[in-house]
Design a protein around this ligand. Sequence first.
Ligand code: ATP
Ligand code: MG
Length: 240
Amino acid sequence: MTAEPLIQLEGITKTFGNGAAAFQALKGIDLTIERGDFVAIMGPSGSGKSTTMNILGCLDVPTGGVFRFRGVEVQKLDRDQRSLLRRRYLGFVFQGFNLLARTTALENVELPLLYRGENKTQRRESALRALDQVGLVPWASHSPSELSGGQQQRVAIARALVTQPDVLLADEPTGNLDSERSVEIMLLLQRLNGEGITVLMVTHEEEMAAYAKTIVRFRDGQVERIEHSATALAQASGPA
Ligand SMILES: Nc1ncnc2c1ncn2[C@@H]1O[C@H](COP(=O)(O)OP(=O)(O)OP(=O)(O)O)[C@@H](O)[C@H]1O
Ligand SMILES: [Mg+2]
């Protein structure tokens, strides 16, 4: 066990394009995320939230600065090592669910395990466990078109969980949901976080961010402010 923070960003910059068309989306992000945190990233459109999530998710590389994951400098890894890191430690949830149509919830959740070469029995067992974590076992044989938006997002969360990642990365996971469905997703993320998974999510809604322990506010490619939410304070002080 190492005492290293789970994630450390030091002076992370990201420039898109070259020359006169170059645009600096990230202007030096410093951020440390400890194991077990539930972080909401907020900020105006274009402030660099998704760019940062993509770097954290090893889907993109920064232009400058240092990104350490479990103490390892991610830039020093090659492409294959980065994708191994991604598949071993990270789970992704997107705003648009990204489920395969005409494919059952169970099969959608099994998908990441195909890449691991697990056999059908192992895949089924793990996928059912993940569906159980999101309360959707009864819907296992239904296709996405037969599920509500909230249920589809829970399938997408189960698919992210099936590899038992250390970190769940969610970019606007409730962007397509009404507020009641959104609250259900927040309660689910909160419960999963309580079970030990570190959660990083982007949201535009203060109401949803309030479920997180830490709120990181972006502005213009920089971290403007870090706040520890009332939820976190309540959890830290424990029951009266
Ligand atoms: N691939 C790209 N090529 C060029 N510019 C990009 C690219 N990706 C992002 N940008 C620019 O970088 C800036 C930050 O984008 P980013 O997607 O990180 O914003 P965001 O905070 O997630 O915004 P939103 O809330 O709208 O999702 C924006 O000005 C965007 O236009
Ligand atoms: Mg975005």
